[in-house]
Design a protein around this ligand. Structure first.
Ligand code: HEM
Ligand code: HEM
Length: 194
């Protein structure tokens, strides 16, 4: 109890209305793991950013030569696998419950953009390994971009460029898209299944 009789909870809520960002109740049909997959995707993304920033801050030599470096790299690798898996399952959940229907078209579209960004940054992350397999994938990607006549737009054989895209540019765009995605989800509420 504070001086004005409000519980600490109420005091916080008045000053931080953002607490409404998370719903207090959820519909019964949404109370399953299937409807948690978007949240799992987000959790995996947090892990990716945390381990990724750690690696960048500590430096690539540290990542490739020390035991801790290998560990954080492994956390990043497995978070990336989990992220992609949850993303795919979330996509399937949304598709099969028909949650893309009117009026949630824009939620779906921000989702599609997120998936495209995720695939691109996943490839860029793999390319930054710079081993033979990664270099081969970079060449394949280069061929593909050239065939699509957009090879001049981005040179995937440029390590620094790919590294910057992977560690900063694309994740920042993804964070902005996620903000829009979540605001839309909250404004519409969770869709009723068919
Ligand atoms: C959606 C977000 C992300 C995805 C899907 C992703 C995925 C990946 C993947 C698949 C790899 C290759 C791992 C391997 O095969 O060994 C990788 C490596 C890496 N990522 Fe990410 N990543 C993401 C975000 C980030 C962020 C935000 C940062 C840093 C700020 C970051 C920094 C790194 C670094 C430093 C490497 C290691 C490169 C190397 O082995 O030399 N990543 N990432
Ligand atoms: C980084 C990727 C993504 C994250 C973090 C994310 C996160 C979320 C979260 C937390 C929700 C709330 C309900 C739930 O979890 O099921 C949600 C709902 C939704 N998501 Fe995603 N999502 C992502 C990608 C996608 C993709 C790829 C699509 C489809 C192409 C999509 C379409 C939707 C739609 C239509 C809803 C509303 C569902 C409803 O009202 O029942 N999202 N998303």
């Amino acid at each position: 109890m504070s001086k004005n009789g409000a519980t600490p909870d109420e005091t916080l809520e008045k000053r931080l209305p953002l607490l409404d960002a998370v719903p207090k109740t959820i519909p019964r049909y949404a109370n399953t793991l299937w409807y948690g997959l978007g949240g799992f995707t987000l959790l995996a993304f947090f892990l990716l950013v945390a381990s990724g920033v750690w690696m960048v801050a500590a430096g690539m030599d540290w990542v490739h030569t020390s035991a801790w470096g290998h560990y954080v790299h492994a956390v990043h690798f497995w978070s990336a696998q989990a992220f992609m898996l949850f993303l795919l399952l979330h996509f399937l959940r949304v598709f099969f419950t028909g949650a893309y229907r009117k009026p949630r078209e824009f939620t779906w579209m921000t989702g599609v953009l997120l998936m495209i960004m995720a695939i691109i940054t996943g490839l860029m992350g793999y390319i930054t390994r710079a081993d033979w397999s990664a270099q081969w994938h970079a060449f394949e990607a280069k061929d593909l971009l050239n065939a699509a006549h957009i090879g001049g737009l981005v040179n995937v054989l440029n390590y620094q460029l790919v590294f910057a895209l992977h560690t900063a540019a694309i994740p920042l765009v993804m964070i902005a898209l996620m903000a829009v995605h979540f605001i839309l989800v909250r404004l519409h509420g969770v869709a009723r299944p068919y």
